[in-house]
Design a protein around this ligand. Structure first.
Ligand code: 7RM
Length: 637
């Protein structure tokens, strides 16, 4: 156990005892706790009730009847009180290139963007798809949507044209915002060309706005496409806000589950904003002097909640990092920390593992004296990496917070509080205020006490909880509230140790966590079987030094057709994106199946993990001989 660093005199949580008392009060009366927290936001109209929750119908309502605007809370109120304070710091791809944007400037940019959306006919409730690199325009676009009541659907710019098309169609987005090209490290990404491919023949898409990130000219479709710069230049820098109901949607974010079709997770305005504002304040102990540096991409939920909404709601300057931790060399992240004076660094174990391979040198060459809190998110952090983060990156001076949460939870649910919670390298430690985790056994019964493991569920509701899957509430109820009656099921397994600390052990469903990217095995499988030579495919994860989880695909091809494994990798790249590409493709004569035809993934997973013998009972297999054949084909992988 590592004792907490001393808390600041101005800390939001002065001691562990204070945390425990407050936690107990938040659980005893969540409505009172959240009503008090809600005072940190500006509301145009107060709520008639704090919350309503029915797990049977997945009916979740927070602050019914209240009105507010998320953009107003993140921008306007700070532009009024501290106009010259830095809101965003853009760290461009090229080292040393920064742009500081004050709250007053942010308000003008966002207002112009909001007026442009209105000019294009975007109204409250309309969906706008954002397919952009990590440039300030992405933040302006999201806040502009929030300002006019449009629902943003940010699609990570690493998704392929096919994946983008599916998401545009599912959301019914008439307006797409993109850039001519994206720059990341030494790579140039032809974003506009991908959008052109994605929207070809789609009637729903009326406008494509194109930010000019590079000098490159791209074909512009007359009447549909427009350069963002000139379109914004003609807008007035003032735009009135739309007062939204607390339960009006703020955004949709697609995420992977155990089926082939990604889910449009929907978050609403009041509860989400309150939850990210509140958790940002406690988990990172937000202070007026902070500079927050989250290395995630805004295309994932971490970027939504802890690059944009959480920090800005707290008026904490937030870094938008366009590049990668290793460009142009593995000191880059720490150089950005020094250049901007970051006090909080929030990153993913996969980035740390990649940096660790270069040794301590690239870290030690930098100062990092500004840092006080180090955060980890996205996957379990192994103790070795945790210690490197703490000892080397943080010089042993900084608090480490391992934050567990999901796209569906909106914000952090389990984490230490810096300077407060005793630390265990590898443990996410304690539930935050108002959060009630529980562990379930295979029979669906809660396992009580400490020193136990089970499937991680949550009792009750919290403001940041997703409200539905866009267009499919039945799927929302089924996916999250049917496995364990009365509770939200996370899809993760966890252990509660002797001291009551939570350790997340990873997904227990068919979702892989590859370099912190969440990918469904079923999605990869459906991409593979689209190849004409593929009869069937089964995808599993295996331990990978760098990515955490590597992807192995077992593929059965038609006897009359040949096909190269690289073709199959290309197939997945085209259907989903490069990050979902299988690391290994094994063409096998057949898959291990039960007599009723069910693929025994357990065996395929064991083989991928390097197991050679202990496969358990194979008697139920239709053809037990196939296991030996697969083992032989996997030899040496
Ligand atoms: C924020 C985010 C969610 C899944 C989740 C877990 C895994 C996230 C941690 C973690 C262990 C952590 N949203 N996960 N954080 N596992 N320790 N601190 O990542 O929707 O993209 O993924 O990520 O499996 O269910 S996500």
């Amino acid at each position: 156990m590592i004792p907490p660093k001393p808390a600041l005199p101005s800390a939001h949580t002065p001691s562990f005892a204070a945390f425990e008392a407050r936690y107990a009060a938040s659980i005893a009366d969540p409505a009172a706790f959240w009503a008090a927290e809600a005072k940190a936001l500006d509301w145009f109209r107060p709520a008639d009730a704090v919350m309503r929750f029915d797990p049977l119908t997945a009916d979740i309502v927070w602050f019914a009847g209240a009105k507010l605007n998320a953009c107003y809370n993140c921008v306007d109120r700070h532009a009024a009180s501290t106009p010259d304070r830095t809101a965003l710091i853009w760290a461009a791809n090229a080292p040393g290139e920064y742009e500081h944007i004050t709250f007053a400037e942010l308000l003008a940019h966002v207002s112009r963007f909001a007026n442009l959306l209105r000019e294009l006919g975007v109204k409250k409730g309309d969906r706008v798809c954002l397919y952009l690199p990590m440039i300030p325009d992405l933040a302006y676009a999201m806040l502009a949507c929030a300002r006019v009541g449009a629902v943003h659907s940010v699609v990570f710019a690493g998704f392929s044209a096919e994946a983008l098309r599916d998401r545009i169609l599912d959301a019914g987005a008439a307006v797409i915002v993109t850039a001519n090209e994206g720059l990341r490290g030494d790579k140039t990404i032809a974003l506009k060309a991908i959008v052109d491919k994605a929207v070809a023949g789609l009637d729903v898409v009326e406008h494509v706005l194109v930010a000019r990130r590079t000098e490159a000219d791209v074909p512009m479709h007359p009447g549909r496409d427009e350069w963002l710069g000139p379109a914004l230049a003609r807008q007035r820098p003032y735009c009135p806000v739309e007062w939204m109901d607390a339960e009006d949607p703020l955004f949709i974010l697609y995420t992977s589950g155990s089926t082939g079709k990604p889910k449009g997770v929907l978050h609403t305005t009041g509860g989400y904003l309150l939850y990210v504002a509140s958790t940002f304040r406690y988990v990172f102990d937000a202070q007026p002097s902070d500079v927050h540096f989250c290395t995630a991409d805004i295309g994932w939920v971490t970027g939504h909640s802890y690059i944009l909404y959480g920090p800005l709601a707290n008026a904490v300057p937030s870094v938008i990092f366009e590049s990668t931790p290793v460009y142009p060399d593995p000191s880059r992240l720490w150089r950005v920390v020094d250049d901007v004076g970051a006090t909080i660094l929030y990153t993913a174990p996969t980035a740390l593992r990649a940096l660790m391979r270069f040794g301590d040198g690239p870290v030690s060459r930098t100062s990092r004296a500004s840092l006080r809190i180090l955060g980890s998110v996205g996957e379990p952090i192994n103790p070795e990496v945790w210690r490197w983060f703490h000892d080397i990156c943080g010089n042993g001076r900084c608090s480490v917070v391992d934050t567990w949460w999901q796209t569906e939870t909106g914000g952090i649910l389990i984490s230490a509080l810096p300077g407060v919670t005793p630390l265990e390298p590898g443990a996410a430690t304690r539930p935050l205020y108002g959060i009630r985790p529980l562990l379930m056994d295979a029979d669906g019964n809660e396992v009580h006490g400490n020193g136990v493991s089970g499937n991680l569920c949550l009792a009750g509701t919290w403001p940041g909880q997703a409200r539905t899957i866009f267009g499919d509430h039945a799927r929302f109820a089924l996916t999250y509230f049917s496995a364990y009656t009365g509770y939200y099921f996370t899809g993760d397994g966890a252990r509660r140790d002797e001291n009551g600390n939570y350790w997340i052990t990873g997904r227990v469903d068919d979702v892989l966590n590859v370099s912190g990217h969440r990918i469904g095995t079923a999605e990869i499988e459906s991409a593979l079987i689209e190849h004409p030579a593929v009869v069937e495919a089964a995808v599993v994860g295996y331990p990978h030094d760098l990515k955490g989880t590597g992807i192995r695909a077992y593929v059965v091809t038609r006897p009359d057709m040949t096909c190269q494994t690289v073709e199959l990798q290309a197939q997945v790249r085209a259907a989903i994106g490069p990050f979902a590409m299988p690391d290994q493709v094994v063409i096998v004569p057949g898959l291990p199946k039960t007599r009723s035809g069910k693929i025994m993934r357990r065996i395929l997973r064991k083989i991928a993990e390097g197991e050679k013998h202990a496969f358990g009972d194979l008697a139920t297999l239709a053809d037990p001989g196939v296991v030996a054949e697969i083992l032989e084909l996997c030899e040496g992988l």
